[in-house]
Ligand binder design. Structure first.
Ligand code: ADP
Ligand code: 5GP
Length: 282
């Protein structure tokens, strides 16, 4: 039998290993840690490096067990391979498999897109894209945080330089999604959420068919009007309401609809959609 001190050390190491793995799994499960970050951490931590990659990877939403095992088989790597034993090419291939998902949240102005996305962010990790717009800043808005506020010539220059993933005119102003940050976050394995109007959502689906389009519906038109008026800071309520009626005709173009009757319930539905997202990957 081993001496007591040695046995204690072994037990301590085993406990440390289990807690490291547990932490990594939890972070991967919420996508608050990317696979790239796990690999980086493992290269300076031999204990984490000795961990099997498969059972860590398959907890990542949008990856799953079947796709993980399939990819390892394609790479000619055993299911029991540890992180430390992966080559650079293996790592690159697994990181590509764990690419972020693009969730497009659309729906009429005032329906509660911003509110529901804020509730989603409380338990789910993602990058919220910051759009560019030519509209005037509302009180409390910050340039570079709520939007990049551009002049129309600046906006058109970005479009001409292909710097917008999509763009559209809405209520007399231009709105667009800067392409580079979206691509960088997806590639790094982070989910990205866009909060945009319907014409832009269509353009994203055309450019990236693997994106998921969710239309947020109001419980009723009367309730939508109430929310637009209640927000107080929104100009052109009547015009936005007319636009909303036209936008509702676009619903069949979307992958999912979510009724925003209750913020927490609607955010929960978005969370469920993110859980089943792999079905939509190409
Ligand atoms: P959007 O981003 O779609 O333009 P907002 O998130 O700004 O809409 O919401 C518009 C208004 O409706 C806000 O005052 C918000 O507090 C309110 N609101 C959002 N969701 C709900 C809900 N489920 N029930 C009642 N009011 C809501
Ligand atoms: P608001 O002026 O209320 O901030 O936004 C008006 C509308 O523009 C909303 O429906 C909002 O979702 C949409 N919007 C915001 N950013 C973008 C964007 O980058 N692209 C498109 N197409 N629409 C956007």
């Amino acid at each position: 039998m081993r001496p007591v001190t040695e046995r204690n050390e072994v037990l301590e190491q085993a406990a440390k290993f289990r807690s490291l793995r547990k932490g990594a799994r939890a972070a991967l499960r919420t996508r608050s840690m990317t696979l790239q970050e796990l690999f980086d951490q493992a290269s300076s931590d031999p204990l984490l490096g000795s961990s099997k990659v498969a059972s860590l990877m398959w907890v990542i939403p949008g990856v799953g067990k079947v796709r993980t095992l399939q990819r390892l088989e394609e790479l000619g790597v055993a299911e029991t391979v540890t992180i430390g034993d992966l080559t650079a090419a293996h790592r690159a291939s697994l990181i590509e498999l764990a690419r972020g998902r693009l969730l497009v949240v659309s729906g009429p102005s005032g329906v509660g897109k911003g509110t529901v996305i804020r509730a989603l962010a409380e338990e789910t990790s993602f990058h919220l894209s910051v759009s560019a717009t030519t509209r005037n800043m509302r009180p409390g808005e910050v340039d570079g945080e709520n939007y990049f506020f551009l002049t129309e010539p600046e906006f058109r220059k970005w479009v001409a330089a292909d710097r917008m993933l999509e763009w559209a005119e809405y209520a007399g102003n231009l709105y667009g999604t800067p392409r580079a940050p979206v691509e960088a976050h997806l590639e790094a394995g982070r989910d990205v959420v866009l909060e945009i109007e319907v014409q832009g959502a269509r353009q994203v689906k055309m450019a990236m068919p693997e994106s998921i389009l969710v239309f947020i519906l109001p419980p009723s038109i009367e309730e939508l009007e109430k929310r637009l008026e209640g927000r107080g800071d929104t100009a052109n309520v009547a015009e936005r309401l007319e636009t909303a009626k036209r936008e509702l005709e676009e619903v069949p173009f979307f992958d999912f609809t979510v009724v925003n009757d209750d913020v927490e319930r609607a955010a929960g539905e978005l969370r469920s959609i993110l859980r089943i997202l792999p079905k939509f990957r190409m």
